[in-house]
Ligand binder design. Structure first.
Ligand SMILES: Cc1cc2nc3c(=O)[nH]c(=O)nc-3n(C[C@H](O)[C@H](O)[C@H](O)COP(=O)(O)OP(=O)(O)OC[C@H]3O[C@@H](n4cnc5c(N)ncnc54)[C@H](O)[C@@H]3O)c2cc1C
Length: 459
């Protein structure tokens, strides 16, 4: 039998696992050997699906969460085999999705022969192209050889709010990463917690803190905007919901005007703004790529907070539970700016400037929890592997540092602008190219496409 074609997949979240699954399923003249290396231990979970909390629900309904673009009901059927009451519109716990990914990978391995999967728990520290392929250097000092590498390194932990001093960041009163294991045990119960950020991460955190017996929480963001909930009574978007003028628009200002006009027209016709927002999803990459860099920057600075709360909606049950916590006074959501945070003996003094006011207010809290979501600056994320790739010119950040430059077929673009013959990328850093594309309905397409290209190169 011929030598196997070795593909190293770095990262075992959704993106890495699904690329591996497609590679294991391919039938090529040479067998494919997938080497999956994952830093965080648990395979097939990643940041999003590693949670065990039953309060953390998917924010996309079961009917749209299949891992396979060509089998849209795959996840729904998986759920229904476990619980026949699940429908296409049910928002199931994210932990179920983690089990689904694990089972999907196990099934692909069982049916893979002659293809194979090897898994390693380690961090890939460096990657060096050689005459024979690529060498990967692991944190346990092992070296791996591969013909191709898939970077599926996912999300970076939240960036620190700049108002926090180095001393405070290092203290036990600060939770930087509420997706890391064990953070809840460190939270004092007798004082409210300050949650910095009012988006989807804040909802998860509030729904963890309340049952843990913490006395209350204050959530703070510049505008105090919270995610909108999905509405199960709204029909899916149809082509007629897309703003007609957007076809010829080329600036953020024109996009906004077109969307506003369309929402008015759709709502006057008994439709809903959600249909207009959802109608843009398939053309978001196109709209993003049409914008100049200064206009993209304008969007990120002024419009993204509003876009995010309408586009990345919450499961209705999560939103209902959080609104209940606001109604009974446990949670207060405020618009304002963090001014300073100082440590006392056993509590934390926080100064906040409420939006539109000149007089700051003081709060006494038990801890500060960073709920600002994954870091959005790839150069500030302090990722050793990406930093090495940037330094060696094997990859480059996009001009806005949202992600890395990647070609349409998933090849990493080097500093000199050439597509890498050996490095591929799939995951949320594609937002540099596509504006978004960080959720399963997009990532499943990218993973399948990248695996198909690699299989074609396998020969
Ligand atoms: C909290 C949260 C909830 C979400 N909920 C949904 C949802 O309900 N529906 C939806 O469609 N999308 C959701 N998303 C979007 C989510 O981004 C995607 O669905 C998907 O999970 C991204 O997976 P990934 O594999 O690209 O990244 P990740 O899940 O971040 O996985 C990357 C993996 O790579 C590993 N890694 C990184 N660097 C290295 C290295 N150098 N060496 C070895 N291993 C490394 C990490 O340890 C990690 O396991 C959510 C995202 C978050 C953060």
């Amino acid at each position: 039998m011929s030598e196997p074609f070795r593909v190293a997949v770095i990262g075992a979240g959704f993106s890495g696992v699904m690329t591996a699954v497609h590679l294991l399923r391919t039938q090529t003249a040479r067998p494919v050997q997938v080497l999956m290396v994952n830093r965080s231990g648990a395979m097939a979970r990643g940041v999003a699906y590693g949670t065990q909390s039953p309060n953390h629900l998917l924010n996309v309904p079961a009917g749209r969460m299949s891992a396979f673009p060509d089998a849209p009901s795959h996840f729904l059927h998986y759920c229904q085999r476990r619980d026949p009451s699940v429908t296409a519109g049910t928002f199931v716990p994210r932990s179920v999705y983690g089990e689904y990914l694990g089972d999907t990978l196990a099934e692909a391995v069982a049916e893979a022969s002659p293809n194979t999967l090897e898994q390693a728990v380690a961090e890939v520290r460096d990657i060096r192209p050689t005459a024979e392929g690529v060498t990967l250097e692991l944190s346990d000092r092992r070296m791996l050889l591969a013909d191709r590498v898939v970077l599926a390194v996912g999300h970076h932990p939240p960036a620190h709010p700049p108002e926090l001093t180095a001393e405070f960041r290092a203290s036990q009163w600060y939770v930087r990463d509420p997706w890391a294991k064990g953070w809840l045990d460190r939270v004092p119960k007798h004082l409210p917690a300050l949650l910095v950020g009012t988006g989807l991460t804040m909802l998860d955190v509030a729904l963890d803190l309340h049952p843990a017996g913490v006395v209350g929480a204050v959530a703070l963001s510049r505008r105090g905007l919270m995610p909108q909930p999905h509405d199960p009574n709204v029909a899916p978007a149809e082509p007629g919901h897309r703003p007609p003028e957007i076809e010829d628009a080329t600036t953020v200002r024109e996009y906004l005007a077109a969307v506003r006009r369309c929402v008015e027209a759709v709502e006057a016709n008994d439709g809903n703004w959600r249909q207009v927002v959802d109608s843009l999803r398939p053309i978001t990459p196109l709209l993003w790529q049409r914008l100049s860099v200064p206009d993209r920057e304008r969007f990120l600075r002024h419009l993204r907070p509003f876009w995010d709360v309408h586009r990345h909606r919450a499961a209705p049950a999560c939103m209902e539970a959080v609104e209940g916590l606001r109604a009974n006074g446990w949670l207060s959501v405020r618009a304002g700016r963090l001014v300073s945070v100082t440590l006392n003996q056993d509590n934390v003094n926080v100064t906040v400037l409420p939006r539109g006011q000149e007089q700051p207010v003081m709060l006494q809290v038990g801890c500060v929890i960073n709920c600002t979501g994954p870091s959005s600056d790839v150069t500030a994320a302090n990722d050793p592997l990406l930093n090495h790739l940037f330094a060696a010119g094997l990859a480059r950040p996009d001009p806005l540092r949202m992600g890395i430059d990647v070609t349409g077929n998933g090849a990493v673009i080097a500093a000199d602008g050439s597509p890498s013959p050996v490095l591929g990328y799939v995951g949320p850093l594609l937002r540099a190219r596509d504006g978004e594309g960080t959720a399963v309905p997009e990532l499943r397409v990218h993973a399948a496409r990248l695996a198909a290209r690699l299989a074609a190169e396998c020969g």
